[in-house]
Design a protein around this ligand. Structure first.
Ligand code: HEC
Length: 186
């Protein structure tokens, strides 16, 4: 590495670190939630585009199906996210996440706390992230909700046509649900 590359790399590292307030010795719960969300979102988009869309829609090698095990198919992106979330919860990583909706196909994905319901409603109405605190079982949590948007016709048609959906009029651009991330504060 020459001097110029070294300086550039030091600058990039310090920008990355300062955005997390590492120098001040603190990472806020919101920064942590935003960072976790960035990873979840990147994995979800990459799996959808580079695995499902490529193999199912472009190369037509294999389809993604809800009953993926029985049908030797790929799991749906929402199912991949849920399996990842289950593994994280088993590993006691200190936070939890889920893809929830006010209109879930899978009843396991409906909001369970008042703040989740409020956050999903706000995310859907304002198309913005929602942040709040809630106390559950005597513990205080920072809870963030990130809107999940119908970005393609596939989202809309599959959900509207699904036998278990409580909502059949989703349109492209609608908020279909949200990624909820919960971090304990004490
Ligand atoms: C081929 C069908 C299909 C497609 C395409 C699809 N979904 Fe889903 N989605 C499902 C199924 C089935 C579930 C329930 C999965 C589970 O948790 O078991 C689900 C779950 C979800 C959930 C959690 C709430 C719920 O309904 O259970 C959200 C939010 C969601 N999908 C949004 C989207 C978005 C946004 C897209 C497009 C980027 C999309 N889905 C594409 C079938 C689909």
């Amino acid at each position: 590495m020459n001097k110029r590359q070294l300086i550039r790399s030091i600058c990039a590292t310090s920008i990355a670190l300062s955005s997390f307030n590492v120098f001040a010795g603190e990472i806020t719960a919101q920064k942590m939630a935003d960072a976790i969300f960035a990873v979840i979102e990147a994995d979800r988009a990459t799996y959808t585009q580079k695995v499902v869309q490529r193999l199912q829609n472009e190369e037509e090698v294999i389809t993604a199906e809800e009953r993926w095990k029985e049908e030797s198919a790929l799991p749906l992106p929402a199912q991949m996210l849920r399996m990842g979330a289950e593994r994280v919860s088993e590993s006691n990583a200190g936070f939890s996440y889920a893809l929830l909706s006010l209109w879930p196909i899978n009843k396991q994905n409906k909001p369970k706390t008042a703040l989740e319901t409020k956050g999903l409603k706000m995310a859907a109405e304002k198309l913005q992230n929602f942040y709040g605190e809630e106390t559950l079982g005597g513990k205080t949590y920072f809870t963030a909700v990130y809107p999940d948007i119908a970005v393609s016709e596939a989202c809309v048609t599959c959900h509207n046509d699904h036998i278990d959906t409580p909502k059949t009029d989703f349109k492209i651009g609608d908020v279909m649900g949200g990624v909820v991330i919960r971090i304990p504060l004490n």
